[in-house]
Design a protein around this ligand. Sequence first.
Ligand code: APR
Length: 226
Amino acid sequence: MKIAVLTGAGVSAESGIKTFRDSNGLWEGHDVMEVASPEGFQRNPETVLEFYNQRRKQLLTVKPNAAHHALAALEKEHDVTIITQNVDDLHERAGSNQVIHLHGELLKVRSTRNEAYVRECKNDLKLGDVCDQNHQLRPHIVWFGEMVPLIDTAANVIEKAEAILVVGTSMVVYPAAGLIQYSKLDAKIYFVDPNPSISESKRVTIFAEKATTGVPKAIAALNNLK
Ligand code: APR
């Protein structure tokens, strides 16, 4: 079966990575617009680079949880594509092979001028670190107000899916939040989130609980479809 999985910060919460919207709009103590917008980067590039350096360090200390592992194991029986809003690499570390990072990747950096110049970065990024054409490097993150280059690829995956699993997202950030609208009318949707933002209906089944317990239950329900 073709399965699309849409994940948000909640799938990584039990690994120890904080979600975005549970602390007055602050992301690890910072105003989101200051550390996740092109304007914030222009105003204060050093602070922004240091913020992502800290996130990168933190990421290297956490591990995938049971939800990431259950989603990776789903590939043994199904054609699974994960569309994640997360910038961490926990799906990949759990073993998922098809992961679309809508909002970019923390362990990559890119040129501020040449979008095609992207490279891996597991350490700190500093002012003065440049691409091959001498332009400053920045985190490979889609900031507020920027285009989401992979949105069409993701919409395509949702369009073809026979079942959709949504895990740990408040579904408030567009265009990701609108992706479900591309689904087939008969595609079943399973939504795992302790504080779900959509309600149950004929095609939507809700598991109002944490990802580590809810994802295995949603997968069991999905396997019953066969
Ligand atoms: N298991 C599952 N879901 C959880 C858990 C958990 N253990 N803990 C919290 N959640 C849920 C919350 O109930 C909430 O619905 O995770 C969701 C997190 O929502 P947000 O913090 O808004 O994260 P997300 O939806 O991924 O945000 C989207 O916003 O700031 C931007 O670019 C950033 O990708 C991010 C986007």
